[in-house]
Write a protein that binds this ligand. Structure first.
Ligand code: SF4
Ligand code: SF4
Length: 353
């Protein structure tokens, strides 16, 4: 997926003047279909195919849906069938090459998390096929009050990108992550400049300013053990009473990957298709089985499962939590449930009020 290439010293980075940013976006369009955060009305932005490079929101902080929707579509038709028992698998379709522009460090770390899941014991070939055709261009950001990626240690990317842009004010500091990133730099040799001592100092200043800009710290040390101890805590009952089971938190989460598969029959009654859709462990139907029994009827057990899977089960399987601290679930929750408050309450207050 990623061929890492280490280049010596200053060869590992370039400078891109801000007035050349559109030139870079046009260049990226020649490396594949360009996707990035595009402005909506009302100040938000959405990851989507970019028609005009100028549409890209270079200052976007948090898109509603993460870039996983490009690599792992919300609905995906897997096969077509007919009443006589025949079926035909549907090929994974998508652009021949994809360029994902504007991923912040949390989202890059989230894509690396999905890579681990989908390339593990049970490979997910459709995701992996798209992923292998995808270039990632990272872009730094300044956190708002919902970000806690410095606590989850996903506020920096040292891999998972081909190029990574850091905004220095007048120019971008461009780190080169892979051989493909190096190819892009070579193809755009007219728009990039060598870095000098001044830009290195500015890069360090920006990194320090970004570290200082986080307003929350979430305690994650020993969290899996503390959560185990808090299995019967009133916190879960309290959260269950607040939660609407809408599943929005899973839909917007860049590392949630559960899905459901169902058959839809066409109006002719003789043919149809099998479709995979994103699912959420927060919904009432998630743990319902064939005879109608529901293993997680209570909202409290479902919301507890979400926290235990992200913070315990994922750590046991992959060595780190799957939450990357992006804050999307906080922004999307109609019940105003905040993962920051919940995790801090587990450590400090014990009971969520
Ligand atoms: S759980 Fe919430 S904060 Fe963590 S990665 Fe998912 S959406 Fe982001
Ligand atoms: S978004 Fe909030 S209300 Fe909806 S399922 Fe998630 S925690 Fe519950």
């Amino acid at each position: 997926m990623e061929s890492r290439r280490f280049l010596a010293g200053h060869a590992n980075a370039r400078l891109l003047a801000k007035d050349k940013a559109i030139g870079l976006l046009e260049l990226l369009g020649s490396f594949g279909e360009l996707y990035g955060p595009v402005r909506n009305g009302g100040g938000s932005s959405t990851f989507r195919a970019v028609k005009k490079p100028a549409d890209i929101d270079l200052n976007s902080l948090r898109t509603l849906l993460p870039p996983k929707k490009i690599l792992y579509p919300p609905t995906d038709e897997l096969l077509e069938f007919t009443a006589d028992g025949g079926f035909r698998s549907k090929e994974e379709t998508g652009p021949a090459r994809i360029v994902l522009f504007g991923l912040h460090p949390c989202d890059i770390n989230a894509v690396l998390t999905l890579d681990q899941v989908f390339s593990g014991r049970f490979e997910e070939p459709r995701y992996l096929a798209r992923r292998r055709r995808t270039a990632v261009i990272g872009l730094d950001c300044l956190p708002d009050e919902l970000c806690f990626c410095h606590s989850t240690k996903t506020d920096f990317s040292d891999r998972g990108f081909d190029l990574f842009l850091t905004d220095l004010g007048e120019a971008y500091f461009v780190r080169i992550g892979t051989a493909l990133g190096d190819d892009i730099i070579r193809a755009g040799r007219d728009i990039f400049q060598p870095i000098g001592p001044e830009s290195i100092d500015q890069y360090k200043d920006k990194t320090n300013r970004r570290h200082a800009a986080f307003s929350h710290r979430v305690e994650l040390v020993d969290l899996p053990h503390i959560l185990e101890l808090d299995y019967d805590s009133e916190i879960w009952e309290s959260l269950g009473r607040k939660c609407f089971s809408c599943g929005s938190c899973s839909a917007v989460c860049p590392t949630c990957y559960c899905y459901d598969v169902f058959d839809q029959v066409n109006l002719d009654g003789r043919s149809g298709s099998r479709v995979r859709i994103w699912d959420s462990c927060l919904t009432n139907s998630f743990a319902r089985v064939a005879d109608g029994h529901n293993y997680r009827q209570d909202k409290s057990t479902r919301i507890k499962l979400r926290y235990y899977h992200k913070q315990i089960a994922f750590v046991e399987q992959y060595g780190r939590p799957s939450c990357v601290g992006c804050g999307r679930c906080i922004a999307a929750c109609p019940a105003e449930i905040s993962v920051i408050d919940v995790l801090n309450a587990i450590f400090r207050e014990k009971v969520v009020k």
